[in-house]
Design a protein around this ligand. Structure first.
Ligand code: GDP
Ligand code: IMO
Ligand code: MG
Length: 425
């Protein structure tokens, strides 16, 4: 059975939640391995829509077990709210959800610090974070002062929180922000800790057993390669390793257990938050894509910036992500576009460049070199086979495969499970 990692290959929101949900029909386990509730993964099942932030998308298939791995930063109160809402909608969590005792926690002070840091930045320096405390929580992890989920199992857990909160209050007031009411914080934390305690365990042996049993395991990436702390458009990135390399580090499974990496990629590009975006469309076409694609952040509701498919970014994602196959998403959003442009390289300082530069200033100076393709002007949402796709849509798919050197095995033409084609050609 496969051990598959699914990663976002652009700036996030590619449709990872949908594809995880489609593939979990055959999966035994779904494992999240990085990020936190900055993620928003949408799954539409029949007339029901779910947006998952920390819970692996496999929770919606009752045959599937879910792991929140050690690589995440977990907002205790946020996760409790998300799980309670799932239970209210009839989803069972018993013996299906396992939270790593090594995962770090996000507490209210991380969120306050996230907000305070953003408001202290000059307008041009703002990252546009989700304000979910992600950066500050990963800072504590690297600083070795973070609290982990396993600490909840200790009798002096609330004292640990109190000690940390006192330190963070000093930092907050130093930044001109209000300090937290520590008693209120402790009350909130206690309630969430009590709710989550039964799910916390050592997930490392659990996953090793699953690997030994040759179970089918899906690793659900969050964000995307261009938001990766090392490979992304630094500093306009998130604070974790979003690529396939993050999966072993953030779950404890051995790297050589992974045998398949699926890159999730939109038929165009979007980005929320600040930072350079070479193929961004600031015109009517950008607005058309945003409207048809309903491009609003699943976590913050912010409008997503939209642009043409960026072949430089996609090839780079293949390179650093080890992508063996694509899931091409939201093809239907381009159904009514007359002429489609694709970026094949950048021009920067009078030079043609084929890969993503490290320097954010340089990326900001890159302008896309485009090739144009004719659109198909036909609805694709009802298509269920390759042969039913309009000829120009087939040409677009084959063009992207050639440009990136990777085959498209999954094609998505609508948000529902049923609008998914497995391309066997
Ligand atoms: P994720 O963060 O990568 O899981 O993606 P999001 O859930 O943030 O954003 C993807 C959005 O596109 C969601 O609203 C999905 O319901 C929707 N979606 C996914 N696939 C398709 C598709 O093929 N066509 C259309 N029109 N919408 C899609
Ligand atoms: P999914 O998993 C899109 C972006 C934020 C901001 C930057 C840093 O749904 O694809 P952070 O709060 O992480 O410190 O913000 O990263 N960002 C995302 N953009 N999709 C996401 O997740 C994102 N998670 C973070 O907008 O630009
Ligand atoms: Mg999302």
């Amino acid at each position: 059975m496969a051990k598959t990692v699914l990663i976002g290959s652009q700036w996030g929101d590619e449709g990872k939640g949908k594809i995880i949900d489609v593939l979990t029909a055959n999966a035994d386990w779904v494992v999240r391995y990085q990020g936190g509730n900055n993620a928003g993964h949408t799954v539409e099942v029949g007339d029901q829509k779910y947006v998952l932030h920390l819970t692996p998308s496999g929770i919606l298939r009752e045959t599937c077990k879910c792991v929140i791995g050690n690589g995440l930063v977990v907002d205790l109160v946020g996760l409790m709210g998300e799980l309670k809402a799932l239970v209210e909608r009839g989803i069972s969590l018993d013996n299906r959800l396992f939270i790593s005792d090594r995962a770090h926690m996000v507490l209210q002070y991380h969120k306050e610090l996230d907000g305070a840091r953003e408001s202290n930045r000059e307008e041009s320096e703002k990252i546009g974070t989700t304000k979910r405390g992600i950066g500050p929580a990963y800072c504590d992890k690297a600083d070795r002062t973070g609290l982990r989920l396993g600490d909840i199992l200790e009798t002096d857990f609330l004292d640990m929180v109190k000690t940390q909160a006192k330190v963070k209050n000093k930092i907050l007031t130093g930044m001109g922000a209000d300090p937290l009411d520590i008693d209120q914080l402790l009350e909130q934390v206690k309630e969430a800790a009590d709710y989550l305690r039964p799910f916390i365990c050592d997930t490392i042996p659990l996953l090793h057993k699953a690997v030994q049993n040759d179970d089918d395991i899906l690793f659900e990436g969050a964000q995307g390669v261009m938001l990766d702390i090392d490979f992304g458009s630094y500093p306009y990135v998130t604070s974790s390793s979003t690529g396939a390399g993050g999966a072993p580090a953030g779950s404890g499974i051995p790297p050589n257990a992974i045998d398949r990496v699926v890159g999730i990629v939109k038929a165009y590009t979007t980005r929320v938050g600040e930072g350079p975006f070479p193929t961004e469309l600031r015109d009517g076409m950008g607005a058309h894509i945003a409207k048809v694609g309903n491009e609003f952040g699943a976590t913050t509701g912010r409008p997503r910036r939209c642009g043409w498919f960026d072949g430089v970014v996609a090839r780079y994602a293949v390179m650093v992500g080890g992508i063996n196959e694509w899931a091409l998403m939201k093809l239907d959003v381009l159904d009514a576009v007359e002429t489609i442009k694709v970026c094949v390289a950048y021009e920067c300082d009078g030079e043609r460049i084929e890969t993503v530069p490290a320097s954010i200033r340089k990326l900001g100076r890159c302008t896309p070199i485009y090739e144009e393709l004719k659109g198909w002007n036909t609805p694709t949402t009802e298509c269920t086979t390759w042969d039913e796709l309009p000829e120009q849509a087939q040409k677009y798919i084959e063009y992207l495969e050639k440009l990136t050197g990777v085959k498209i095995h999954i094609l998505s033409v609508g948000p529902r499970r049923s609008s998914t084609l497995l391309l066997e050609r």
